[in-house]
Design a protein around this ligand. Structure first.
Ligand SMILES: [Fe+2]
Length: 267
């Protein structure tokens, strides 16, 4: 840690609660966002030196995703990537395809020449890495947006997400992320350990960010309820400890479709 003040969107507290449960973290693990110096509310204005900035809630990839508009630049994290890579997946716990569509529309209402800085680049076709586009370029060329309206995008996104692998480092990284970048505390032997829930993969399709959606049966056949949403992330037994490729018998259709990937699987 550098000592510089840190900040994040204020809905991180909801994300902390979800993952505290998934990792079975001790009761003492705070889920009030106190690991950061400041929690941004949607629309909050701040300054980076002399440059005016604003925080915009842009959920969909996660519950608490934020876009930071700083001068003529917007740091859009996992919403749109480069136009030839499309958009971010919306199936992790708290993710939602309709929410990400609406968040992207909000970003695309920024002035056309706003420079957009993406959270990842996948170098499709082996091209050189790129990280910067504009609102106008996204409107004209984004692979996942240009031929869709809201409902067709949601259908497309949900179908695509069911085919994407679970990023293999996700469960390692998230327990550090939800602690504001801090490693877990030392144990009695003075070592720090990352936890991997061996027999629990978050059933990503069962956590929805809107209560309206929580009551519907989604298109993989799981009944979403408010209890599932916050009472328990629906954890599928016996699926992560063994690679899905080695172990597909007897698992749910959703788990059978999951594959781990060291290289991402984010779009
Ligand atoms: Fe992400």
């Amino acid at each position: 840690m550098t000592g510089a003040p840190t900040a994040i969107g204020d809905r991180v507290t909801e994300v902390q609660k979800i993952w505290k449960m998934a990792y079975h973290l001790p009761e003492t693990f705070p889920t009030d966002g106190s690991q950061w110096d400041h929690l941004f509310a949607d629309g909050e204005r701040f300054a980076v030196g002399a440059i005016e900035a604003r925080a915009l809630l842009s959920p969909g990839h996660t519950l608490c995703s934020m876009t930071y508009v700083i001068g003529d630049a917007a740091f859009v994290h996992d919403t749109v990537f480069m136009p030839d890579s499309g958009t971010a997946r919306a199936d992790f716990p708290g993710g939602d395809a309709l929410e990400i569509w609406r968040s992207i529309q909000r970003i695309l209402k920024l002035p056309d020449d706003t420079r957009l800085f993406a959270g990842h680049d996948y170098r499709p076709g082996g091209r050189e890495a790129r990280w910067e586009s504009t609102v106008a370029e996204q409107k004209a060329h984004n692979l996942h947006l240009k031929d869709h309206d809201e409902s067709s995008f949601v259908k497309f996104r949900n179908e695509r997400d069911r085919s994407l692998p679970l990023p293999s480092l996700m469960l390692s990284a998230l327990q550090v992320n939800i602690a504001g970048g801090r490693l877990p505390p030392q144990e009695e032997d003075r070592r720090r350990y990352l936890k991997i829930p061996l027999n629990a993969v978050p059933l990503v399709s069962s956590v929805r960010s809107s209560s309206a959606e929580a009551a519907r049966t989604d298109d993989v056949g799981y009944q979403n309820t408010a209890a599932i949403r916050y009472g328990s992330i629906d954890l599928v037994n016996d699926s992560f400890g063994r690679q899905a490729d080695e172990c597909t018998e007897g698992l749910s259709p959703t788990v059978n479709r999951r594959r781990t990937s060291a290289t991402g699987g984010y779009r």
